[in-house]
Design a protein around this ligand. Structure first.
Ligand code: ADP
Ligand code: MG
Ligand code: MG
Length: 248
């Protein structure tokens, strides 16, 4: 059994069958791309993995252990970290408060707690080489790229075995894309299981070593990126040939 093994996952939303018995496997130290047109089911698969979404049938195993999480917090505890496409930050709270949301650092109103949170936030920013974001700043004052950066750091600070980036680069400035590239390399060295969702073929080729293509709620194939060309990937994505076309 693979380090992360998803078996026969199905999920319908009313009449829409978002996942049709999806099998998926990923290994430690792998940066695994998910590719597919909008609506192919990538995010739904990831939400099921993170227990943000229930599923109708199928099972998920992490390191041979069946996942039983029914709440996102339990999924994090079981080792699943997800940077979501939709940011989950609270605008009128500070950067530090957002980093430690849901963690018990003492009385929310106390000055000691605020200081503890800020100094912990600084440590985390140092560890993940984040510059230019102050722990005391309210999230609503951050740029979109900074918000996305914070969301990424929030997930990484939980040190989970699996780390998923669901279109996490779309809001990042180009220097922060480079920053993320180096973080992903670090995660790979630490033998994490990394899943990277993106529409950008160039980025997928740079960040990832293996790709699984989704079409209409189905896994239509997995390839090593050095063994498959863009035309083939587009053919898999669309179900028809379309030479020379691919989203950059
Ligand atoms: P992708 O991430 O590949 O773009 P999604 O997983 O977001 O695709 O969506 C797969 C399908 O499921 C789409 O048809 C989408 O409209 C539908 N879908 C996703 N989430 C919901 C939801 N919460 N309610 C209803 N339909 C949904
Ligand atoms: Mg989408
Ligand atoms: Mg999506």
């Amino acid at each position: 059994m693979a380090d992360l093994e998803i078996k026969g996952l199905s999920k319908a939303f009313g009449g829409v069958q978002a996942l049709k018995g999806v099998d998926f496997q990923a290994a430690k130290g792998e940066v695994h791309a998910l590719l597919g047109e909008n609506g192919a089911g990538k995010s739904t698969l990831i939400k099921c993995l993170g227990a943000c979404q229930s599923y109708d049938s199928g099972a998920i195993y992490l390191e041979k252990k069946k996942m039983t999480a029914v709440h996102p917090k339990q999924a994090i505890e079981a080792g699943i970290g997800i940077v979501f496409q939709e940011l989950s930050l609270i605008p009128n709270l500070s950067v530090a408060d957002n980093l430690f949301l849901g963690m018990n650092l003492g009385n929310k109103l106390s000055v000691t707690r605020r200081k503890t949170a800020c100094s912990k936030a600084r440590q985390i920013f140092k560890e993940f080489e984040v510059e230019g974001i102050e722990p005391e700043t309210k999230v609503e004052a951050l740029s979109l790229s900074e918000k996305q950066t914070l969301e990424i750091v929030k997930v990484l600070s939980r040190d989970t075995q699996v780390v998923v980036f669901d279109e996490a680069t779309s809001a990042l400035s180009s220097d922060r894309v480079e920053w993320l590239y180096h973080l992903v390399k670090r995660l790979q060295e630490k033998k994490k299981i990394i899943i990277f969702i993106s529409h950008r073929m160039g980025e997928i080729r740079r960040f990832c070593n293996i790709v699984t293509v989704f079409r209409n709620g189905e896994n239509v194939g997995t390839h090593r990126l050095d063994e498959v060309d863009n035309d083939r990937l587009v053919h898999m994505m669309l179900g028809r040939k379309m030479s020379g076309y691919y989203p950059e």
